[in-house]
Ligand binder design. Structure first.
Ligand SMILES: Cc1cc2nc3c(=O)[nH]c(=O)nc-3n(C[C@H](O)[C@H](O)[C@H](O)COP(=O)(O)O)c2cc1C
Length: 339
């Protein structure tokens, strides 16, 4: 299936794998790339040396174009971005920050840039900063989607910018792909659907849970990792949402996040102390969230852990291979287009 996105990135189908921490690993990225889609490698929780290793591994598993995500909000993001540029990854996908410097450096070596945005202001800023395409994430999405649903968000942004857009949030089948294209997108990105595949490293318990959960089984809240995001309603997520936090708990919790990223704790603690109460509580939530996501995704623990999950869980009933999903979606969307 050809669109502006397939032309721009040299891929076969306008379907991307979202950059999901712990899940969008070299194996899953390569499975998507080899099936003709665009795999986006997640680096959010990786230390710089691990990022380089993951890029190398992805290159061993596929000779197709792939993208690497850098979440600019995270402590090690700048170092990770530097590595992506040194490695001349074909496509860099940045989110939660300003990407003008990244865009310039990537264009200098002939690469492409995708900015992830959730609203009109950020879409226009990313276009101005040199992004070649946007991932536009709606309210339905797992984790950090926007405040507006994809049905309105896609045409709004499509009318606003000149660069191609990839719609994310709520997509799980050929009907969704066809609808996104009709609404003005040039492709889609999927998290929850591709998390539940044979090749996905998410814990087997979560694959089963994902087939059982419905459209009403997630909640959008800023009380998990400090930013508005969508997570599965579970014993674990309810417990964390109830937690009351203050700057002292932020300092204590920051030890964990510093350890996870190999970041000097004293530097992080000083940053928290000077950032004010609101920001420090947000940092504490981020630390708690990260710990819970690791338990949720890799250990399948829904009592101590938390898993991001989209409203599209209500459209997912099986655990096929990546290739099966992509082929069926494209074929179904083409049938809809012709009818
Ligand atoms: C388990 C899981 C982990 C995720 N981790 C991240 C992350 O680390 N960073 C990020 O920007 N988005 C993350 N996301 C969100 C996806 O990148 C994407 O925006 C979202 O899944 C799209 O919506 P969908 O799930 O409806 O397809 C995650 C999503 C899931 C399901």
């Amino acid at each position: 299936m050809k669109t502006k996105i397939t032309e721009l990135f040299g891929i076969e189908h306008p379907i991307a794998l979202s950059g999901m921490s712990w899940i969008s690993t070299p194996e899953l990225v390569a499975a998507v790339a080899n099936a003709g889609g665009l795999g986006i490698l997640a680096t959010g929780t990786l230390r710089p040396e691990e990022t380089r290793e993951f890029i190398k591994k992805t290159r061993e598993l596929t000779d197709k174009p792939f993208a690497v995500n850098v979440t600019l909000y995270f402590p090690e993001a700048e170092k990770n971005a530097k590595i992506l540029i040194e490695e001349k990854v074909p496509i860099i996908n940045y989110s939660l920050g300003k990407g003008d410097k990244i865009a310039k450096a990537v264009h200098d070596y002939g690469g492409k840039v995708i900015a992830t945005v959730t609203n009109a202001k950020h879409a226009l800023a990313a276009q101005r900063d040199g992004a070649d395409a946007l991932i536009v994430t709606g309210y339905e999405a797992a984790a950090h989607g926007g405040e507006v649903g994809s049905l309105v968000l896609i045409p709004t942004i499509a009318d606003l910018v000149e660069i191609p857009i990839i719609a994310a949030g709520g997509f799980a089948d050929g009907r969704g792909l066809a609808a996104a294209l009709v609404l003005g997108a040039d492709g889609i990105a999927m998290g929850t659907r591709l998390m539940n595949t044979k090749e996905s490293p998410v814990h087997e318990i979560q694959k089963k849970v994902c087939t059982e959960k419905g459209a009403f089984d997630s909640i959008r809240t800023n009380r998990i990792d400090g930013l508005p995001g969508r997570f599965m309603i579970s014993v674990g997520s309810k417990r964390i949402m109830r937690k009351k936090l203050n700057p002292i708990s932020a300092l204590i919790k920051s030890r964990k996040i510093a350890k996870m990223f190999g970041y000097p704790w004293l530097k992080m603690a000083a940053g928290i102390l000077f950032s004010g109460v609101k920001k420090s509580v947000q940092m504490a939530r981020m630390a708690i969230g990260f710990e819970a996501f690791e338990k949720g995704t890799l250990e399948g623990d829904n009592k101590k852990g938390v898993i991001p999950i989209g409203q599209n869980a209500g459209l997912i009933f099986d655990t096929p291979t990546v290739k099966e999903i992509i082929e069926k979606m494209v074929s179904d969307a083409e049938t809809i287009k012709e009818s």
